[in-house]
Ligand binder design. Structure first.
Ligand code: NAD
Length: 367
């Protein structure tokens, strides 16, 4: 018999890559009940939900099939929660260019709905929003030059992009996430909600069903393992910093634990200088570890692509003591392990929804 009522934590997008890893971590806190709110639109989500269902009984993990564009459904899902991790999003720049209206509705309006739900609940829940490095645009004030197989910053003192960098939204995705990012900040100022924004670069690790448009590290590894050609946009010297998803979740937990100081703040989040790598270097590393040949095709660089993006994460480190612990090699190891354990699900079609009989449907009212 249930003796005490548990606190409820809401994870929007909880069936996705980062969301499912976060839910796993939250379930380790026995005092919590986790509510996943997700429209289950992303490939791989059913596999993630099935896995989460195997970790805890139904009284501890509730799955609401709903859409963040539906204000009523969001209001219902936020009514009784103490923490909200708002991850649900349209996640690809390419898709945002094809369909900017849907991108706006999910990312900007969806986030607004979550904030309004949090405000209306009257419970002042902790709200963490996953924003993006794309809010800093193409970083024209960080001049770069080619050195070997990568772009490097011309300023020798460059240690990564800080939160002081000017906002300069590029692409519909950059604009919709950027607008949401600013709303989340402002709800801390205007309504006193304890909100935190993470502006994230590249996050990688297990449970990522990567494709060309999002999840490039997993996409490279899975393509090489299947002998598939890979398209490189531009010269491949673009540099990114990669953070293991478990380190990101440590950072989320640290931001929550220290919410008295992190509330209302924005943090850049990524692997930093130590975990930075160029596209072509990553491909060579994947080739080396899989011992499979690369089949590369080159195409034009994507509009607005940053030649170099590296996060400076010192602000969160100073406020909470958090530090990334996993190396780039650890990240690749865990993606490879995930591949070996889930090859059929990564390469196959998802058809089974029968493990979701108690999921509530909340999709009415979505345009
Ligand atoms: N993975 C990264 O490298 C990265 C980098 C920067 C920012 N982010 C942000 O982190 C968050 C999580 O990203 P992820 O990599 O786990 O992506 P993901 O696609 O795996 O997860 C997003 C989840 O949101 C759900 N979703 C999409 N539209 C929805 C809607 N309208 N209503 C309800 N649910 C919806 C999807 O089904 C999916 O489960 C996103 O907000 C993304 O913009 C991710």
């Amino acid at each position: 018999m249930e003796a005490v009522s548990k606190e409820v934590v809401l994870v929007t997008g909880g069936a996705g890559f980062i969301g499912s890893n976060l839910v796993e971590r939250l379930l380790a806190r026995p005092d919590l009940r986790v509510r996943i709110f997700d429209n289950l639109s992303r490939r791989g989500v059913l596999s993630n939900v099935k896995w989460l269902r195997s970790l805890a009984d139904r009284s501890r993990v509730e799955i609401v099939e709903g859409d963040v564009r539906n204000a009523k459904a969001v209001r219902q899902a936020t009514r009784d929660v103490s923490e909200i991790y708002h991850l649900a999003a349209q996640v690809a720049v390419t898709t945002s260019v094809e369909d900017p209206a849907s991108d706006f509705e999910t990312n900007a309006l969806g986030t607004f709905n979550v904030l309004e739900g949090a405000r209306a609940s009257g419970r002042q829940p902790f709200v963490l929003f996953t924003s993006t490095n794309k809010v800093y645009g193409s970083l024209e004030n960080v001049p770069v030059a080619v050195s070997g197989t990568r772009y490097t910053a011309c300023r020798p003192e460059f240690r990564g992009v800080t939160e002081q960098e000017a906002l300069d939204f590029h692409s519909p995705y950059g604009c919709s996430k950027g607008a949401a990012d600013q709303y989340v900040r402002d709800y801390a100022r205007i309504y006193g909600l304890p909100t935190v924004v993470f502006r994230m670069s590249c996050i990688a690790g297990p449970r990522q069903f990567g494709n060309e448009d999002q999840g490039w590290v997993a996409h490279f590894l899975y393509s090489i393992l299947q002998g598939r050609p890979i398209t490189v946009c531009g010269d491949g010297y673009q540099v990114r910093d990669v953070l293991h998803v478990y380190d990101l979740i440590d950072a989320m937990m640290a931001a929550r634990a220290h919410r008295q100081v992190t509330r209302g703040e924005v943090f850049n989040m990524g692997g930093g200088m130590e975990r930075s790598i160029s596209v072509i270097e990553m491909l060579r590393e994947c080739e080396r570890r899989t011992r499979r040949p690369l089949h590369l095709k080159y195409t034009a660089v994507r509009p607005g692509d940053q030649p170099l993006y590296i996060s400076e994460t010192g602000k969160l480190e100073a406020m909470t003591g958090w530090k990334p612990r996993r190396s780039l090699h650890d990240t690749l190891d865990s993606i490879e392990d995930f591949w070996h354990a889930n090859q059929l699900e990564i390469t196959g079609e998802e058809k089974r929804r029968d493990f979701l009989p108690t999921a509530q449907l909340m999709t009415e009212g979505v345009a």
